[in-house]
Design a protein around this ligand. Structure first.
Ligand SMILES: [Zn+2]
Length: 89
């Protein structure tokens, strides 16, 4: 790869990273994302950068799954009690 190509490539990477969100931004927004999903809204269209981060970041994705599972249980009117949560941990 020629150096000029490499620089161009790096610049592209840098530009895409500017659109990406950090883990702390993700964790701030993820409960909102779950709310949208539970409400049947197109969460990934409204928060595409969050969805992108979740696809790439295992830590945030696990956080998302926990919140989503809890939100689903809550939506079904059977949110786990603290005791049940402790047992499942
Ligand atoms: Zn993350």
């Amino acid at each position: 790869m020629k150096l000029s190509n490499l620089q161009h490539w790096l610049h592209q990477i840098y530009q895409t990273e500017e659109d990406e969100i950090s883990c702390s931004e993700c964790l701030d927004l993820v409960s909102h994302y779950v709310d949208l999903e539970i409400a049947g809204e197109a969460a990934q269209e409204k928060l595409p950068s969050l969805k992108q981060h979740l696809d790439q970041c295992r830590v945030c994705h696990e956080e998302y799954e926990v919140l989503r599972d809890l939100a689903r249980l809550e939506a079904e009117g059977r949110a786990p009690t603290l005791d049940e949560l402790r047992k499942s941990l």
